[in-house]
Design a binder for this molecule. Structure first.
Ligand code: 13P
Ligand code: SF4
Length: 310
């Protein structure tokens, strides 16, 4: 089948089954085009919870589909590629977090949503890259914290709050850690009026030169309100399609990684989702996200604790 035949067949199946497709900004433009909703990781999960549809197909990585299922236990949540993981989520095993909690029983656990459902179940309150500062600030200053799993987001929040009593997990996103400061500064020389927008999963030396730091949704919003004409975008390149679509009069320049000749950086997990596997998944209504109910409930509590803070 050609790409347009695949897209047509997907639309037909969505109508027949009353299914909706949620896609993350990092998926390919053709996957984004068949989505009913595009968003950042948290917005999509909340959308999954609020939407009136029996079937949700999550075009994104595994932890995102799991989060949708945590918040929508009565809906069928489909994930075309369950092996689409996340280096950040993989850097924090639930058993290792349980061990650390055992050593520091008086610490509250704050976990980024880029974690498995088992890690969320061990967490007191989740956070996203948008609300991590508010979440940490909502915890009394004298209360020690374990912050997992992103060392870059953790260090960024620690710097903003000046909070010393934070144990930061040593995990990272391999995509965001790869951006080259040297190449970004060279781009800035070529485009002196361009603003640098970066995701907080980037290393501290990148965050330091950024004009704006935020989640994918935050970056998109900033570029809409801001008056600059050009932006150097230091996050996964899939977001550029939505940026160009929303703000066609502006120029978005992807930031390059350290190694190789590529002009941008991609998350290979996100790119595992294709029109072909979306179609097979919709046809078979499988693979479906299945969660242990006790784990789901514990994870739901940590997500609801976050939502209550916002
Ligand atoms: P957002 O929470 O900004 O959507 O980011 C998800 C992600 O995977 C970042 O690498
Ligand atoms: Fe995970 Fe990084 Fe890919 Fe986001 S970009 S899904 S944090 S590996």
């Amino acid at each position: 089948m050609t790409k347009s035949e695949l897209a047509e067949r997907i639309e037909q199946l969505k109508r027949e089954k009353g299914a909706v497709i949620l896609a993350h900004y990092y998926t390919t433009p053709e996957v984004q085009a068949v989505a009913d909703f595009l968003g950042d990781s948290l917005a999509l999960s909340v959308k999954a919870r609020d939407i009136d549809a029996p079937i949700i197909l999550f075009a994104g990585v595994n932890f995102m589909a799991e989060t949708a299922k945590v918040l929508s236990p009565n809906k069928k949540v489909l994930i075309p590629v369950p092996e689409a993981g996340c280096s950040l989520a993989e850097s924090c095993e639930a058993s290792a977090l349980a061990e650390l909690k055992g050593k520091y029983p008086n610490h509250k656990v704050v976990s980024y949503v880029n974690t498995s459902v088992e890690v969320k179940a061990l967490t007191d309150v989740c956070c996203t890259s948008t609300n991590a500062l508010q979440v940490v600030q909502s915890i009394p200053a004298e209360q020690p914290i374990i912050f997992a799993p992103d060392r870059n987001l953790g260090s960024y929040i620690q710097k903003l709050t000046g909070r010393e009593n934070m144990i930061i997990w040593d995990g990272a996103c391999t995509v965001h850690e790869e951006f080259s400061l040297k190449k970004i500064l060279a781009l800035k020389q070529e485009h002196p009026t361009a603003k640098i927008v970066a995701h907080p999963e980037c290393k501290a030396y990148i965050i330091e030169v950024a004009d704006y730091v935020g989640s994918t949704a935050g970056i998109l919003e900033f570029c809409g309100k801001d008056s600059a004409q050009e932006y150097i975008v230091v996050t996964e390149a899939g977001i550029l399609a939505e940026m160009q679509k929303r703000y066609p009069e502006k120029t978005f320049i992807p930031a390059p990684p350290e190694s190789g000749e590529c002009s941008c950086n991609e998350c290979h997990y996100m790119k595992m989702v294709t029109l072909e596997n979306i179609l097979s998944c919709l046809e078979a209504e499988s693979p479906e996200v299945q969660l242990d109910e006790n784990v789901r409930k514990a994870a739901e509590r940590s997500i609801q604790n976050m939502v209550a803070i916002k």
